[in-house]
Design a protein. Structure first.
Length: 208
């Protein structure tokens, strides 16, 4: 019972981080609207899996090493920024998908692995996620916190992210939403692509 406030605090902070319009959210929206519900959900699965990596190295103290090393932090930052800019340009240059409501059958959908990799790389290469979890393990989760509590917190963090991005994918894949997307596909692609490029540039120019 004594750790319930801690678990609740971390769960709330993680939920707020998940629902904020960052690279993870934009990538999930992009893959759901441009391809399918399945692609959005597997993008969310990739994001959730990447969170395991962040949680592990922050718990192991490696996150602190990354934050203290200008070289390591810069490498991760530039890789993440470059990937987001690349995906943004790809969105802007993409031709109309001619999407129907059965994209999996038409052959226009992403494979599960492609969608998973997009979500995984978007999250794991985002230095802001590294700093977010590092701050949790520095200022919120004490070094004396039992391992089983850390595991419970980690499970909640991963499950929250996956559930949120799955909900986003399910909502955006509704027929009426898809019809609106088809009508304004080019404008939406430009908007999402531009936002990804903006986020990439913002990350590249961010100082610790």
């Amino acid at each position: 019972m004594e750790y319930l406030p801690l678990i609740g605090t971390v769960a709330l902070l993680n939920l707020l981080g998940a629902i904020s319009p960052g690279p993870d959210f934009v990538m999930t929206v992009r893959n759901t609207l441009c391809y399918s519900r399945r692609s959005g959900i597997f993008t969310g699965l990739g994001i959730s899996t990447a969170l395991m990596i962040h949680l592990f190295y922050c718990a192991a103290g490696i996150g602190l090493l990354i934050s203290k090393s200008i070289l390591l932090f810069t490498i991760i930052k530039m890789l993440g920024a470059g990937y987001l800019i690349y995906m943004g340009i790809a969105s802007i240059l993409a031709k109309g998908s001619k999407l129907d409501l059965a994209a999996e059958k038409s052959g226009t959908d992403l494979t599960r692995l492609q969608a998973f990799k997009m979500g995984f790389l978007t999250n794991v290469l985002n230095p802001k996620v590294t700093l977010f979890f590092l701050s949790l393990f520095t200022f919120v989760i004490a070094s004396s916190t039992p391992v089983y509590i850390v595991l419970i917190i980690s499970a909640i963090v991963i499950a929250t992210a996956f559930c949120w991005f799955s909900i986003v994918s399910i909502f955006l894949s509704q027929p009426k939403i898809q019809q609106v997307f088809l009508k304004y596909e080019r404008a939406i692609n430009y908007t999402l692509g531009g936002f990804l490029i903006f986020l990439g540039i913002k990350i590249a120019l961010t100082f610790r």
